[in-house]
Design a binder for this molecule. Structure first.
Ligand SMILES: *Cc1c(COP(=O)(O)O)cnc(C)c1O
Length: 417
C-alpha cells in the first residue's frame, strides 16, 4: 500500500550517526519521518505511511492541518512567550473554553502529561494536609497497570513495577489497588484510614491507555465517586491520553458518567505542540500564589494552539467523526478477530482509542503485528503485553479506516499465516 512520492533532496538519513549522539532511551523502528499531511506521514526516502499512532494519541487534527498552520504562523509573528508574571489573554481564552465545557472550574497550564500529573499530586497532598487535616503523609492511591508519566513522582504513581526498576527509592506517599475492583479499593481505603497513612486522593485513568487499552467500568467509577464523597478524598482522573475527544466524548469521564474533582490533560490538547493542563473544581482548588509554577506553561503560542484545536473540534464536528470512525474500525477489527480465533481474543476501546487483543497464549507478540503492519505501510503501536493500539488522528476518514483495516489484514496474514 505504501506509495513512493517525490523524494526530498539529500534524502540520505544516517541512523548510526543519530544513535551516536542521541541518548539511547528508546527502541526505535528503522524509519525516519520527515513530513506529514492529514493522517499520512512520509519518511526520508519518500515512502508514505498511514499514521494510526498520531504521535501516540497526540496529533488530534492529523499533520499540518490548515487551521493549525494558519494559527501558529500568525501567532509566531505576534508573540510566542511571556512570563506568567503578566496576564496572557490567550491563556484565559483556553481556560474559559475548558471550564465552560467541563465540570472543572479552574485550570493550571504546564507542558506535558507528567507535569500535569505532578501538579495533581502536589494539589492532592496540599488538600490532604489543609482540608482533610492529615498530618504526616497523605497517601495517593493509583491502579495496577496504570500509566502516569516518567518523572520520579509520576513514575511512582504508575502502577507497573517494570518502570520502577533501577530507580529506587521511589517517592513516598503512594499505594496501589487493582483497577475496576471496588471491594479491593474499599478495603484499602478503610485499612489506610484506620491504621494510616490516610488517603487524600485516588488517581485513575478513565481508560488505561499504555496499560493495554482497558476501559473503566461505569459501575466501578460510580462507586469510586461515592466513596470519595463519603471519605472526603479527591477523585482525580488522568485524561492525558483519552481527553480532548479521543473517547468520542470530550472527556473520558463522561463515558463513565461521573465528575472528577481533578483531571489532567496533555497529549490531544496540543495536537503535537507541548502543553499540559491541570483542572479542578472549587473544592480541590487549594493552590495559592507561590505554590506551583511553570516558566513555559500557558504561554501565548501554545494556548493559541489549544484554542485552535478546541475550535476545530467544534467546527468540524469531530466528536461525531470519532464515534463513527471508531465503530467502523472496531467492526472491521472484530471481523479479523473472527478469522484468527486461536491468536486474537477481541477488540476493545472507545471512540478512536482501540486495542486489538491477542490471546494470552498467542505465539506472537503485539510487536510482531506492529512490524508487519509497518511493512504494509501502516503505523501502529503496542499497549501493554498483549494489545496492538489504534489511535489515529481524530480527523481520520472512512477510506483511511478501511485502508488501515486492509493493511492490518495483510499484516495478520503474514504473522499468523
Ligand atoms: C502519555 C501519558 C502520560 C505522560 O505524558 P507525557 O506528556 O509523556 O509526560 C501520563 N498519563 C497518561 C495516561 C498518558 O497516556
Amino acid at each position: 500500500m505504501s506509495q513512493t512520492l517525490v523524494s526530498p533532496a539529500n534524502a540520505v538519513f544516517d541512523a548510526a550517526a543519530f544513535d551516536e549522539s542521541v541518548m539511547y532511551t528508546y527502541g526505535r523502528f528503522p524509519l525516519a519521518l520527515e513530513r506529514g499531511q492529514g493522517c499520512v506521514v512520509w519518511d526520508t526516502e519518500g515512502m508514505a505511511y498511514l499514521d494510526f499512532v498520531a504521535g501516540i494519541a497526540t496529533c488530534t487534527l492529523g499533520h499540518s492541518h490548515p487551521a493549525l498552520v494558519e494559527a501558529v504562523t500568525d501567532q509566531v509573528s505576534k508573540l510566542q512567550h511571556v512570563s506568567n508574571l503578566y496576564y496572557i489573554p490567550l491563556q484565559g481564552e483556553l481556560a474559559a473554553w475548558l471550564t465552560k465545557n467541563s465540570c472543572a472550574e479552574s485550570v493550571f497550564f504546564c507542558n506535558s502529561g507528567a507535569e500535569a500529573n505532578e501538579g495533581a499530586i502536589k494539589l492532592a497532598r496540599k488538600y490532604g494536609h489543609t482540608k482533610l487535616g492529615i498530618e504526616g503523609m497523605p497517601t495517593i492511591l493509583t491502579a495496577n497497570a496504570s500509566f502516569h508519566g516518567r518523572t520520579l513522582a509520576t513514575v511512582t504513581a504508575t502502577g507497573q513495577p517494570k518502570y520502577h526498576k533501577g530507580f529506587k527509592p521511589m517517592v513516598q506517599g503512594f499505594d496501589y489497588v487493582p483497577y475496576n475492583d471496588i471491594e479491593a479499593l474499599k478495603m484499602k481505603v478503610a485499612s489506610l484510614n484506620a491504621y494510616g497513612p490516610k488517603v487524600a486522593a485516588i488517581l485513575l485513568e478513565p481508560l488505561q491507555g499504555e496499560g493495554g487499552v482497558n476501559p473503566g467500568n461505569a459501575e466501578y467509577f460510580k462507586q469510586v465517586r461515592q466513596l470519595c464523597d463519603e471519605t472526603g478524598m479527591l477523585l482525580m482522573m488522568d485524561e492525558v491520553q483519552v481527553g480532548m475527544g479521543r473517547s468520542g466524548k470530550l472527556w473520558g469521564h463522561q463515558q463513565l458518567e461521573i465528575e472528577p474533582d481533578v483531571f489532567t490533560l496533555a497529549k490531544g490538547l496540543g495536537g503535537g505542540f507541548p502543553i499540559g493542563a491541570l483542572l479542578c473544581n472549587s473544592k480541590a482548588d487549594v493552590f495559592q500564589p507561590g505554590d506551583h509554577a511553570s516558566t513555559f506553561g500557558g504561554n501565548p503560542f501554545v494556548c493559541r494552539v489549544g484554542v485552535t484545536i478546541a475550535q476545530t473540534l467544534e467546527q468540524e464536528n469531530l466528536l461525531e467523526n470519532v464515534r463513527e470512525r471508531g465503530e467502523q474500525l472496531r467492526a472491521g477489527l472484530a471481523e479479523l478477530v473472527a478469522k484468527y480465533p486461536a491468536h486474537l481474543a477481541g477488540v476493545r476501546g472507545w471512540g478512536l482509542i482501540n486495542g486489538l487483543v491477542l490471546q494470552p497464549d498467542a505465539a506472537k507478540a503485539p510487536i510482531d503485528i506492529v512490524k508487519a503492519a509497518l511493512e504494509e505501510g501502516l503505523l501502529l503501536v503496542p499497549a501493554g503485553a498483549s494489545v496492538v493500539r489504534y489511535v489515529p488522528p481524530l480527523v481520520v476518514s472512512d477510506s483511511e479506516v478501511n485502508g488501515a483495516l486492509a493493511m492490518t489484514a495483510l499484516a495478520l496474514e503474514k504473522v499468523f499465516g
